[in-house]
Design a protein around this ligand. Structure first.
Ligand code: SF4
Length: 311
């Protein structure tokens, strides 16, 4: 349960975390930027990819597509090529479509109103909140996985209690400091309050934290609570061979000359050459789904399926 947070507790949490952040903040290539386009690119890349892999691609992507206009004018295949290394290619399609809408409907400038942002392709609640804070300085919380975990532990919130989580997050944003505050929570979650074993002894919030108190209590009682909680938080192992195959197909297509079409058998052979063996019927189904999502071009007649890079 989230307590009714007294003002002095809110102030204490804010001061301690911001002081910790001033010394421990991660130096990341998208930090300190004010161009909404550059912030949007980072947020979309970070949605499902770790910071190290994003850092390796981010500046190169911006050098190739420095603005909404440049991205909107690019071919889909060029965008997918620049996206290589990040995975979850559907995000590149959304970002590309988003750039086209921003150019066509907003003159190449990202709108700053929440409703207009929500109408853009591929922008979910988290990305909209992150843009409002990082690009437009609004006092709103940006609740990503790290922030969710930190606040959940801090206030001993029930898992998936979205209402309590949001209430806590909104109460805590310091007026005029949402950028630092949101990034501070994210950094605490990435560096100390990690999914596996939080390093509470180094945390500036330790004596205020429900999780930490619970752990100390459990140790005193000699029970196995901490082990059970750690196991409960461990992510499910990834078993998605379908995702793997989709990624391999996209990688093959983005290196083809524009307009090239492969037969399904040729594609099957190219996949086999990189160790991915797949039945023709399964491959056809993957090809159709990639084409439906704008990640490929598929041409079908009665006898044949051919596939190429997206138009
Ligand atoms: S004391 Fe531990 S569990 Fe609580 S916020 Fe800090 S690192 Fe996370």
């Amino acid at each position: 349960m989230i307590p009714t947070l007294p003002d002095r507790l809110i102030t204490e949490l804010q001061q301690r975390l911001l002081a910790w952040y001033a010394v421990n903040r991660r130096d990341l290539p998208w930090r300190g930027r004010s161009d909404p386009y550059e912030i949007l690119v980072a947020e979309v890349m970070l949605q499902q990819t770790g910071v190290e892999r994003v850092a390796a691609v981010y500046e190169r992507f911006l050098a190739e597509f420095p603005s909404f206009a440049a991205l909107a004018a690019a071919r889909r295949q060029e965008v997918l090529r620049a996206w290589a290394g990040l995975g979850y290619n559907r995000r590149a399609v959304y970002l590309h479509e988003c750039a086209r809408v921003v150019v066509e409907r907003h003159g190449g400038c990202l709108p700053s109103e929440p409703e207009a942002l929500r109408r853009l392709p591929g922008l979910g609640p988290y990305t909209v909140a992150a843009l409002l804070s990082f690009a437009f300085g609004r006092d709103v919380p940006a609740i990503d996985t790290n922030v969710r975990r930190v606040l959940g532990r801090l206030f001993s919130l029930a898992p998936r209690d979205e209402r309590q989580l949001r209430a806590a997050a909104e109460l805590l944003v310091p007026a005029g400091r949402s950028v630092d505050w949101n990034q501070a929570l994210m950094d605490l979650g990435a560096v100390l309050c990690t999914a596996g074993q939080p390093r509470c002894s180094l945390c500036p919030l330790e004596d205020l934290c429900g999780w930490s108190r619970g752990q100390q209590e459990a140790r005193r009682n000699g029970d196995r609570v901490s082990m059970a909680l750690r196991v409960a938080e461990r992510p499910e192992p990834y078993l998605g061979s379908r995702r793997f195959l989709r990624g391999r197909v996209v990688a093959i297509l983005r290196d083809l000359a524009p307009g090239t079409l492969l037969t399904i058998e040729d594609l099957q052979a190219r996949l086999a050459a990189v160790g991915a063996h797949v039945e023709i019927s399964h491959l056809e189904e993957i090809v159709r789904s990639l084409a439906a999502e704008g990640l490929a071009t598929a041409r079908e007649d009665d006898h044949d399926v051919r596939i190429g890079p997206p138009d």
